[in-house]
Design a protein around this ligand. Structure first.
Ligand SMILES: [Zn+2]
Ligand SMILES: [Zn+2]
Length: 135
């Protein structure tokens, strides 16, 4: 049986991920959770996240040198690709997958496509503003 407190904490983590709508590292999640549950331990957050993963409510990604990020399951079944900010290390969704047309073309050529990986790095909007200000 799951305690009421656990359920509440999981709801909080879910709502944080839903609101951000992009992948977040455990540190980012933790920083927002402690604002509302000041005494929470990181291990508790890990436990809650594991349970959300088991319930298939969130996805787990290894990005940016194998750091782990969690993202609320997308509404669509479209898979996701990401862009990572070199400055703040935040991860953002790419608006869509640009590879399908290429894959289809290759399949017409007779290839059997297995998977593809795309990872773009750059400077996010917020950090880019800081850059220009500093110069
Ligand atoms: Zn940034
Ligand atoms: Zn893709």
């Amino acid at each position: 049986m799951e305690s009421q407190r656990n359920t509440k904490q999981k709801q909080l983590i879910l709502s944080i991920l839903k609101e951000s709508n992009r992948p977040m590292s455990i540190n980012e999640i933790y920083a927002l959770v402690v604002l509302q549950v000041p005494k929470i331990a990181k291990s508790t957050i890990y436990r809650n996240i594991d349970s959300l993963l088991n319930q298939n409510l969130i996805d787990k990604y290894h990005l940016n040198d194998n750091e782990v990020f969690y993202r609320i399951k997308a509404d669509s079944h479209e898979h996701k690709h990401f862009i990572i900010c070199d400055d703040c290390k935040k991860v953002f969704d790419l608006p869509s997958c640009p590879i399908h047309a290429l894959e289809n073309a290759m399949e017409e050529e007779g290839f059997i496509i297995k998977e593809h990986l795309i990872q773009i790095s750059g400077i996010c909007k917020t950090c880019a503003k800081g850059h220009t200000k500093g110069q």
